[in-house]
Design a protein around this ligand. Structure first.
Ligand SMILES: Cc1ncc(COP(=O)(O)O)c(C=O)c1O
Length: 409
């Protein structure tokens, strides 16, 4: 640490210079990691709420009862959005992100399995599921059992049924998955889980703030939430398509007694009883307050309008891709996440040409291809994106560059 500190203006200049070396999060040139809403009014609201909640701590609901109340209201709103019957007590908590929500759901299922006498439970995870399940297995002494996808890039229910054993704690379904944006057959998977008496976790980290609104817009959305019998937990990220800054997700449980299994209580400390429902101890107040504000500000109508605009961007990109010879979508994506593959073109070379033009497309390894998470903010740049993509494809030849490892980005 420096002896004398640096003055404010110099610090801000340094930060501006460093930020200028990274992609602009507002420019809609990224296709994942950030989710530009294209709504300056929302960002202004978030900044105002953030300024009020910079230093709160969501760890202690007795010291910050109103903050705890905001969290309960967020849990309640999202639980009812995701099919929890009205009037029933919402059970769940806010977490720092999809990974923490998934870790806590897997922990609750592990505890449940241990109560059934299973010392080292297994979790059954389709190949397209997020690495957070592997992390949960690593952290919580679980065995990760991968199951293949079917020919439509969806989790294969037949393979899941075969993989369930006496040690299975939970099976996972994505609604929808990160790599291809396709829905797993949640009702079938949850049915297989219920038949075997095991849990079913639905990963709606991306889908929770897209699918309910697509349904309202009349799209064909297969049931994926608590309306499906057998679904025991759901993870839902507000910091993706909920348009709140990072640090905001939810883990939701169908039953009260399952929720208790994710909690931690310790009464052997000189500073008193310590209880926490999350992995973190101290928790920032701002993601809770910002989630409460954005969810209440937009409401179902606001989110539906945003998803309607987003799907116009998606259809423009899908139509353009359909026109390009040699490129096709991977599977049948339900919403704004698209994966592209080609048997004739080197799509990694296309990605590099696009990067030279300032577009940061993601690379997929299986199949070798490109990956785009479209956001509402892309509406302002979609025509340029399409014309640059068409040009980039023209310059790419069929000889693939040597395989390089794609990074999650
Ligand atoms: C389907 C899915 N689940 C979980 C996660 C993990 O979320 P986070 O990065 O917020 O931990 C992601 C992240 O992209 C995801 O796409």
């Amino acid at each position: 640490m420096r002896e004398p500190g640096i003055d404010r203006d110099t610090l801000l200049e340094q930060l501006s210079a460093r930020q200028a070396l990274e992609p602009d999060v507002h420019a809609a040139k990224l296709f994942g990691l950030v989710y530009p809403s294209g709504r300056p009014d929302l960002e202004e609201l978030i900044a105002a709420v953030n300024a009020r909640y910079l230093f709160g701590n969501a760890l202690n609901p007795f010291r910050f009862p109103e903050l705890a109340g905001l969290e309960r209201e967020v849990v309640d709103s999202v639980a009812s959005l995701l099919g929890r019957p009205a009037g029933e007590r919402p059970v769940g908590a806010m977490t720092s992100g999809g990974t923490e929500s998934i870790l806590l759901a897997m922990l609750a299922h592990r505890e449940r399995a241990r109560r059934r006498g299973i010392e080292r439970p297994e979790i059954i995870v389709p190949q397209s599921a997020h690495p957070a399940y592997a992390k949960a297995a690593h952290y919580f002494d679980l065995d990760l059992v991968h199951v293949p996808l079917d020919e439509h890039w969806r989790a294969d229910t037949g393979a899941i049924r075969k993989a369930i054993t006496g040690r299975t704690a939970v099976v996972v379904a994505s609604a929808f998955c990160y790599p291809y944006g396709v829905m797993d057959p949640v009702a079938e998977i949850a049915g297989a889980a219920a038949d075997a008496g095991v849990g079913c976790h639905v990963d709606a980290c991306i889908g929770a703030f897209v699918l309910p609104f697509l349904e309202r817009l009349g799209h064909d959305v297969p049931p994926f939430d608590f309306r499906v019998p057998g679904v025991t937990t759901i993870s839902a990220d507000v910091h993706k398509y909920g348009y709140v800054p990072k640090g905001a997700s939810l883990v939701l449980h169908r039953d009260d007694d399952w929720f208790e299994l994710q909690g931690f209580l310790y009464d052997q400390w000189g500073a008193g009883i310590y209880g926490s429902a999350a992995i973190a101890g101290a928790r920032p107040a701002s993601p809770v307050a910002c989630s409460w504000a954005v969810i209440n500000h937009l409401g179902i109508e606001g989110y539906t309008e945003i998803v309607s605009g987003l799907m116009e961007v998606v259809s423009k990109v899908r139509s353009a891709v359909a026109e390009i010879d040699g490129i096709e979508l991977v599977g049948d994506p339900i919403g704004p996440v698209l994966a592209l593959q080609s048997e004739t073109l080197d799509l990694y070379a296309v990605a590099e040409t696009m990067e030279d033009r300032g577009w940061y497309l993601n690379k997929l390894t299986s199949p070798r291809g490109l990956h785009l998470m479209l956001s509402p903010g892309h509406a302002a740049v979609v025509d340029q994106l399409i014309s640059d993509l068409v040009e980039a494809v023209k310059t790419a030849d069929g000889a693939p560059t040597p395989q390089e490892t794609a990074r999650y980005s």
